[in-house]
Design a protein around this ligand. Structure first.
Ligand code: FAD
Ligand code: EPU
Length: 338
């Protein structure tokens, strides 16, 4: 086990922010993780568990220890009449797991194709896209309790999943290291093409017979057409969550701003497209030095090269304030601010 000091993080976060970790260690076995937890250097420092670095913004150097979770392995652990149960190490790349499922015709994660990051972070914010969230195919996860170095299993209920939320972002924040996640995947896939854009893309692709492979391809095509590739332009996907408001408030806004974009929720509330609110405030495509708002997707803040985290954060603050001034809606950041 080698603990490195003043470790550069630029290549370990998709925003491409040039920050450093006071201490850094990459670990690829559960034993190694439990060993480091027992060390004084771990006990006495602030800690951050790092996956693919695609949902965080370093606003300054990290004055503590970063543990990069590289636990690998994908295996089928059991099956029943309807499902395969696939267990993956937290350090597996999420899209590799999706491809593994597609190649084996395990249904359920195809709509979540091409989301950056690793398996271990997928339950953190209950990743979601194109009508599906990870909670829909989640079975259980194993995580180490940092306080007493013991392994716990969390089932779906105990993860308290919500829209871009879980218990690990709330009451158990920074308390557990997720080591593996088990997904429950359909033996007979159910195709989910409710998102209009998927139907349209499948049509343009000339798909006659639906499959999870074609849906995955359609999702990849749509995503690539509007989301910036972090290898080319630094970003962490949607910077804010889409806000949920009451139907009453929505009707008032709709009267004033007839083209406002909102989706009905089962609980009677309405989810607004934050991208619309931000675009209407005039931010889309704006740049401030190397920090900016993407020209195709107003919800995505970008680093065109050498922006520092604070510049991106300050821009997000200005966006937040202008959306509040115009619509009296408080946007909530989705990206983890470090
Ligand atoms: P990191 O950024 O490394 O970590 C995120 C958080 O999880 C941090 O707080 C970290 O401490 C914690 N964490 C990570 N691993 C562990 C672990 N093993 N144990 C405990 N804590 C851990 N998200 C969506 O939901 N839907 C999308 O459609 C989507 N599209 C995106 C598109 C782009 C271009 C980008 C750049 C990002 C997008 N995201 C999306 C956000 C991001 O991909 C997800 O949040 C992803 O799950 C983050 O994974 P990661 O491994 O990079 O996590
Ligand atoms: N829109 C605008 N301006 C824009 C972009 C979009 O007005 O610049 C409006 C359009 O009306 C569009 C609507 O906003 O129809 C929704 O846009 P989009 O379909 O691109 O989705 P989103 O709400 O911006 C969410 C997720 C994404 C996920 C997509 C697809 C959140 C915060 N974001 O984005 O997740 O990939 O839906 O399901 O829920 C992420 O979490 O990082 C992420 C990228």
């Amino acid at each position: 086990m080698v603990i490195q000091e003043n470790y550069p993080l630029k290549n370990l976060n998709t925003f491409g922010i040039n920050a450093e970790a006071r201490y850094f260690i990459a670990l690829s076995s559960i034993d190694e993780i439990q060993e480091i937890i027992a060390e004084n250097i771990f006990k006495n420092n602030k800690k951050l568990i790092l996956g693919g670095g695609s949902n965080l913004l370093f606003c300054k150097n990290f004055d503590g220890i970063i543990l990069k979770n590289n636990l690998k392995g994908i295996k089928s652990i059991k099956e029943d009449a309807d499902y395969y149960y696939i267990k993956a190490g937290a350090g597996e790349v999420w899209h590799d797991l999706v491809m593994h499922c597609i190649n084996n015709n395990y249904g359920g994660v195809e709509n979540l194709s091409l989301i950056p990051g690793n398996v271990g972070a997928s339950p953190m914010q209950n990743i979601g896209a194109y009508g599906v969230e990870i909670k829909d195919c989640f079975y259980e996860l194993d995580a180490i309790n940092i306080a007493d170095n013991t392994i716990h299993t969390f089932n779906k209920a105990s993860c308290k999943f919500g829209y871009r939320e879980s218990v690990f972002k709330q009451e158990l924040k920074n308390q557990f290291i997720i080591i593996s996640v088990t997904y429950k995947l359909l033996k007979t896939p159910i195709f989910n093409t409710q998102y209009g854009a998927i139907e349209k893309e499948l049509e343009e692709m000339g798909v006659k017979e639906l499959s999870i492979k074609s849906i995955s391809k359609a999702v990849c095509n749509i995503r690539s057409s509007k989301l910036p590739n972090p290898k080319e332009i630094g970003n962490a996907g949607s910077f804010f969550k889409n806000p949920e408001i009451s139907r009453n408030k929505y009707e008032i806004l709709k009267n004033k701003f007839p083209s406002i974009v909102g989706y009905d929720l089962e609980n009677g509330n309405v989810k607004l497209a934050a991208a619309w609110l931000i675009e209407q405030c005039g931010w889309k495509g704006k740049t401030f030095g190397d920090a900016g708002v993407h020209k195709l997707q107003a919800l995505v803040l970008v680093n065109y090269g050498n922006a520092i985290g604070k510049e991106i954060y300050d821009l997000s603050q200005k966006i937040l304030e202008s959306v509040f001034t115009k619509y009296e809606i408080i946007l909530e950041r989705e990206v983890n601010i470090i």
